[in-house]
Design a protein around this ligand. Structure first.
Ligand SMILES: [Zn+2]
Length: 407
């Protein structure tokens, strides 16, 4: 719908030929290198205005201190490590003419996000503002003089330990809540009635408990029967630095289908433009929650932040689609309904999450058998176990791959 418009705006907004870096030593205009892979910045060009130290760790890995912020990248690997988080990048850092180039987004998005107290990027002005001078504190004390280390491999075990001590964090989002019941069913169910918001909360609580029991840190967007705006769910996820966002929902058949009461099965969505009419139906249905939200909430979503969110999320499409596949496979082993597959649609709840994000429709509340299935505590537990197992495998798989990429 508005995707084409967004794309045009992105091209205009985020591909400056030059960015201004304003630091403690004045300001500098830094040329953006237009590479085939995308816009990139020669890191050493920043050193006239911002303190930059580049440490070669061997094996193509680099430790960088920029304005007192420490992060790690590797040549040709589309990831960066900052704090104890591994962040996927749209393109990979690379070496050209002996110089390290970073994707532009490292400066315009990832570092400002990781250290918002020190860096801020103004999209309209294409200006990176270094807010405070780096202080001689604990971070600075960690700095190792450039090239003072031997060019041997960088004690990879130490690096990996750091990553693993950073606890994995999953954001669990129970769909709907409060005045927003979500779907209700089943069709031809007589006095038997289920509401989506109760099922999603029950399954989400179990999912959270299982993940916690496996050492994962869990943030729930809601734990009671209350309404959380769709945009706030993503915001909660971002503020709490989630690694993965999983939203739980219950499906409803289209009344115009030949036998709507017969529709069954489970499907998992990741964020993209809706590809099929059926995906558009689910997208419309889940986005309906917006009408329960106040105007105040809606007004906070200015167009620019929406564009930026959309971009940030795009980096995670591949990850999200992979997580969706794993959840489908895992549910397939226990769910009586058909596997309706991995699908894509433009869910508002996923748009604002800066991390791999999926929305799981755990079954059709409109079908009487599935409505019963979805309300049985034992079945809710099994669904939660299936989603938790897929999420755990995804996290492990992802970390393994990042480990390999950094070598
Ligand atoms: Zn829903």
């Amino acid at each position: 719908m508005i995707a084409a418009l967004l794309l045009a705006a992105q091209v205009a907004v985020i591909q400056p030929a030059v960015i201004t870096v304003r630091g403690q030593n004045g300001e500098a205009k830094i040329a953006v290198a237009e590479k085939l892979s995308g816009p990139a910045i020669r890191l050493s060009a920043l050193s006239s205005v911002v303190p930059v130290a580049i440490d070669s760790l061997g094996g193509g890995r680099y430790r960088i201190m920029l304005a007192g912020i420490e992060f790690f990248v590797a040549d040709q690997a589309p990831f960066m490590e900052v704090g104890d988080r591994v962040v996927p990048l749209a393109t990979a850092p690379f070496i050209d003419g002996g110089d390290l180039f970073l994707p532009l987004q490292v400066l315009t998005e990832q570092l400002p996000r990781a250290a918002s107290d020190r860096l801020s990027y103004n999209v309209a002005k294409a200006e990176l503002l270094v807010l405070t001078a780096p202080v001689a504190g604990p971070t600075a004390a960690l700095a190792v003089p450039s090239r003072s280390r031997p060019a041997s491999p960088p004690a990879p075990s130490a690096k990996r330990t750091t990553r693993h001590t950073g606890k994995r964090r999953v954001v669990v989002d129970a769909g709907h809540g409060g005045p927003d019941n979500g779907m209700s069913g089943p069709l031809r169910g007589g006095s038997f009635r289920v509401y989506e918001k109760h099922i999603t909360l029950a399954v989400s609580k179990r999912l959270a408990a299982i993940l916690r029991s496996r050492g994962v840190d869990v943030v729930m967007t809601r734990t009671t029967d209350t309404l959380i705006a769709l945009s706030d769910r993503g915001r909660i996820a971002n503020q709490r630095n989630g690694d993965v966002f999983v939203s739980i929902h219950v499906n409803a058949a289209n009344q115009r289908w030949p036998r709507p009461e017969a529709a069954r099965g489970f499907e998992t969505y990741f964020l993209a433009e809706a590809k099929t009419e059926d995906a558009r139906r689910v997208e419309r249905m889940e986005n309906e929650s917006v009408r329960f939200e106040t105007e105040v909430t809606a007004a906070r979503d200015d167009p620019l932040s929406f564009i930026m969110n959309d971009m940030a999320q795009n980096e995670h499409l591949r990850e999200s689609s992979e997580l969706a596949s794993m959840i489908q496979a895992s549910l397939g082993a226990m769910h009586p309904g058909p596997n309706r597959g991995v699908k894509q649609a433009g869910f508002r709840v996923l748009v604002t999450a800066f991390m791999p994000a999926v929305l799981v429709e755990i079954g059709f509340g409109t079908n009487i058998d599935e409505a019963r299935f979805l309300t049985q505590p034992q079945r809710q537990h099994e669904i939660a176990v299936a989603v938790a197992e897929a999420t755990m495998s995804y996290l492990e798989h992802y970390e393994r791959r990042v480990g390999l990429a950094g070598r």
